[in-house]
Design a protein around this ligand. Structure first.
Ligand code: ADP
Ligand code: MG
Length: 358
């Protein structure tokens, strides 16, 4: 159980004849021993580059990476005890699954008997015992992904780096593997960074989530903190499904925000009168209620069995919101609905900076 620290890590790519890319622009993070951190962000934000720098597959342009207090910078990948499972499995085609798993162990001087025992143990835990004799070419993408995961784990790494490890699994497999992965990681106590663009995956798996955008860390927090207390518009919108509703308005200096029309909704956050803001409210914090703040017309109703979602075109306002309802509500397109905003759970953001107002 080693702790991992990234201090001011930067990466600038300078491809020949093309403009340089600042892929990672100052990454600071301390990961505790045995912790699972989810690195979450949209495609291209610098997640894989960050992992590759920890693994030693990319040089850092600036900053330091420490495991157990020891700097890894300048060490060749094979001299870092880091287990990696990347999206493109990179399994050796001529070797069987068992040989793929044992390969790195042999290179590190682990004896034959122990190699066999470790491979058997990890294969059992990850559910690939039945395919140990097969070659990668014959495997499904889900199986390959499990093998890649097993190969990363089998070497008992100081740090485990997983880049979109569940992306090629179908929905049912992903659900099971996600739970197994978390169990395995806890049981074996690996310090882990798991990269994903899937907010649900990050929130359900990780002890803490790092939200990244455009090479920068936006917020670090527990899944609850990220969901309930986003630091700005980007995190607020990126996390949560269906996404937070965002409405433009002007603060009245008291307890309300006047939306683009004549409608004022209550907010729990003070601001000076006339300040241009964005109001954020999650679908579950809007209610079809008796004392409405405003009304609207139902456009679409989706029955998702556990709950319903209705898209509502607000009256007198240029905007739509998605509202979560209890299951089985009889709502038809064209119905006029009274809507109440949960004042305690309404977020406010500055329209210019997109920072959270509190
Ligand atoms: P993510 O994993 O979050 O999708 P990446 O870390 O792969 O993002 O990429 C971050 C940015 O760096 C992207 O703009 C990508 O095009 C760029 N990039 C990644 N690798 C290279 C490279 N070898 N040369 C030039 N640009 C790169
Ligand atoms: Mg990536």
């Amino acid at each position: 159980m080693s702790d991992l620290e990234l201090a001011g890590v930067r990466k600038t790519f300078r491809p020949k004849g093309r403009p340089e890319v600042e892929a990672v622009r100052g990454f600071d993070l301390s990961v505790g021993g045995g912790e699972l951190v989810g690195l979450l962000g949209p495609s291209g934000c610098g997640k894989s580059t960050t992992l590759r720098m920890i693994a030693g597959l990319e040089e850092v342009t600036d900053g330091d990476i420490l495991v157990g207090g020891r700097s890894l910078v300048g060490l060749a990948p094979q001299r870092r005890n880091v287990g990696v499972a990347f999206e493109n499995y990179a399994l050796y085609p001529p070797l069987t699954v068992a040989e793929n798993l044992a390969f790195g162990l042999a290179a590190r001087g682990v004896g034959r008997a122990e190699r066999k025992a470790r491979v058997a143990d990890v294969a059992e835990r990850i559910g690939i015992t039945g395919i140990l004799g097969q070659r990668p070419a014959g495997l499904s993408s889900g199986q390959k992904q499990r093998v890649a995961l097993a190969r990363a784990v089998v070497r008992a790494p100081d740090v485990l780096l997983l880049d979109e490890p569940l992306s090629h699994l179908d929905a049912a497999q992903r659900d099971v593997t996600r739970r197994e992965l978390r169990h395995l990681q806890r049981e074996l106590g690996y310090t882990t960074i798991l990269v994903t663009h899937d907010q649900e995956e990050a929130l359900s798996l990780a002890d803490r989530v790092v939200v990244m955008n455009d090479g920068v860390v936006c917020q670090v927090g527990t899944p609850d903190e990220i969901y309930d207390d986003p630091c700005g518009l980007f995190v607020a919108r990126f996390v949560g499904e269906p996404a937070m509703n965002i409405l433009e308005g002007v603060h009245d200096g008291q307890g309300g925000v006047r939306l683009s029309g004549a409608v004022t909704v209550p907010v729990g956050v003070p601001a000076s009168a006339g300040r241009e803001v964005l109001v954020g409210v999650r679908p579950e914090d809007l209610a079809i209620a008796e004392n409405p703040d405003t009304t609207g017309i139902a456009v679409v109703y989706e029955d998702l069995r556990e709950y319903g979602l209705v898209t509502v075109e607000l009256d007198g306002v240029d905007g739509r919101v998605v509202v979560q309802t209890e299951a089985g509500r009889a709502i038809a397109p064209g119905d006029r609905l009274p809507l109440a905003f949960g004042r305690e759970r309404t977020f406010l953001f500055d329209k210019e900076t997109e920072e959270r107002l509190r």
